[in-house]
Write a protein that binds this ligand. Structure first.
Ligand SMILES: O=C(O)CCC(=O)C(=O)O
Length: 330
């Protein structure tokens, strides 16, 4: 992206501050009438009143901070996302503003266009085919249960966890996604993460700490791993080793919705396959931006500012720092 395109991107980003954008901000207001029978007392703080979630599902999310919906995304849609990812890997399509990441174990090796080179793409909002994921009615119907109506798609990823090199760098350290997001309130943010194939502990499933969404945002740092650590893979050290953890074994199309304070990570990939998942963080358009200066999130701001300076030549010291974060997070 050149500086002109970066400026255009910034305008889009700034647009989000005031209103929902046509593309990245998914306009979605299908709130349905609430029948008297579905009224629930106000002790619920993480879910919204509507007719989608059963009382049992609401209670589960409230208590645990995540909810798995089986077979939510069709095989046909998953195949389309997979095909498009392969086209991107082969260099046949290059959506603007998308960030392509390589695993730390191969970051310096020669680039051969194939899925073996790319561990993650993010910010694919300009790619119509991949961004369809964020507009699927079956996804949005559940998202609305957490964010309420007027939903924005804030951050997109397709994760292609590579076979581990033996140094366990394919792990994703335990973290809270809110660390990356300079907007609030956290209860109006939710991640949808869909398995694109069978995922279990062998190929590095998600591991979640139920109930941790009720806590606070903890300080994050890069873990000191022998084989190095991937860019932006911050982790927390301060968590209770003994607190129960759940490994989410999922089938193709299964989707987990989770709260941005939920402590989670994923294990290393012991197989020879490339484990794929597609995800989007959604937020209510009512969310507001915060200034992260003086908070534990400042570390991300500094790194993102370095990155956009290096990649796009945008000055580091600018009053637009908070907005520039969104160049990554959209
Ligand atoms: O898909 C994974 O391996 C983990 C993704 C994740 O936790 C994240 O990107 O925040």
């Amino acid at each position: 992206m050149n500086q002109r395109q970066a400026a255009a991107r910034l305008r889009v980003v700034l647009g989000h501050l005031g209103q929902t954008s046509a593309r990245t901000g998914v306009a979605y207001s299908t709130s349905r009438a609430v029948s008297p029978n579905s009224f629930h007392p106000p002790q619920f703080q993480y879910t919204q009143h509507n007719a989608v979630l059963s009382l049992e599902q609401r209670k589960f999310y409230e208590e645990n901070g995540f909810l798995v919906i089986k077979s939510l995304v069709s095989d046909a849609d998953i195949q389309r996302f997979r095909d498009q990812f392969e086209r991107i890997c082969r260099g046949e399509v290059k959506p603007e503003q998308m960030m392509i990441m390589r695993d730390v174990s191969i970051a310096k090796s020669e680039y051969i266009p194939s899925e073996r080179m790319i561990s993650k793409i993010q910010d694919f909002q300009e790619d119509k085919e991949l961004f369809r994921y964020c507009t699927l009615p079956e996804i949005l119907k559940y998202v609305e249960c957490f964010t309420g109506p007027n939903i924005m798609a804030m951050h997109t990823m397709l994760i292609n966890k590579p076979p581990d090199s033996g140094k366990k760098t394919s792990r994703h350290p335990l973290h809270q996604d809110l660390h990356y997001f300079p907007f609030r309130p956290s209860n109006k943010i939710v991640c949808a993460w869909t398995a694109m194939e069978h995922i279990d502990r062998n190929n590095g499933c998600l591991c979640v700490f139920p109930g941790t969404h009720k806590g606070y945002l903890k300080p994050h740092n890069y873990p000191q791993w022998e084989g190095g650590v991937n860019l932006m893979f911050y982790g927390i050290q301060d968590y209770d080793e003994n607190s129960p953890r759940v490994h989410l074994v999922m089938e193709k199309g299964d989707t987990v919705f989770f709260h941005p304070l939920l402590i989670h990570g994923s294990g290393w990939n012991r197989t020879q396959g490339y484990r794929k998942a597609i995800s989007c963080h959604f937020a209510s358009a009512d969310c507001h931006y915060i200034d992260v200066k003086g908070t534990s999130q400042e570390i991300v701001e500094r790194e993102v500012m370095e990155l956009v300076h290096r990649l796009y030549g945008i000055p580091k010291d600018t009053s637009l720092q908070v907005r520039l974060y969104e160049m990554k997070d959209l």
